[in-house]
Design a protein around this ligand. Sequence first.
Ligand SMILES: [Zn+2]
Length: 131
Amino acid sequence: MISPARSWREFPQRYRLEAARCEGCEKVLYPPRVVCPDCGGCTFETTPLPREGKVVTFTVVRVPPAGYTEQSPLPIALVELTNGVKVMMQVGDLADPEELEIGMPVRLEFRRVAWDGEAGLIFYGHKAVKG
Ligand SMILES: [Zn+2]
């Protein structure tokens, strides 16, 4: 299950697609980190992520985890955004997961991604849809 506390902590990144740009070497990190893995710098500025990208690789989860069972099978793609940042996310709006292919252009949309039926919680985030 996704805990409400964890979901809240990730709110800025998950909802606004914010990344951190290292002031030392310009590397864009998503999700943001405390220390830049490239130059060891620890000063960053917030930068929005682009909404367009393409599928680098993907997988189709046949037995989704709890909270995701409304969609089965569940397509998950590694999307490379136009600035080179790679983000793993669900893919929505596919009539058939077999439609997914490497290099497919996608755009990011704000959708319901999971829910916890027992607690009545619904989680929103970004999904990739055919661009
Ligand atoms: Zn850096």
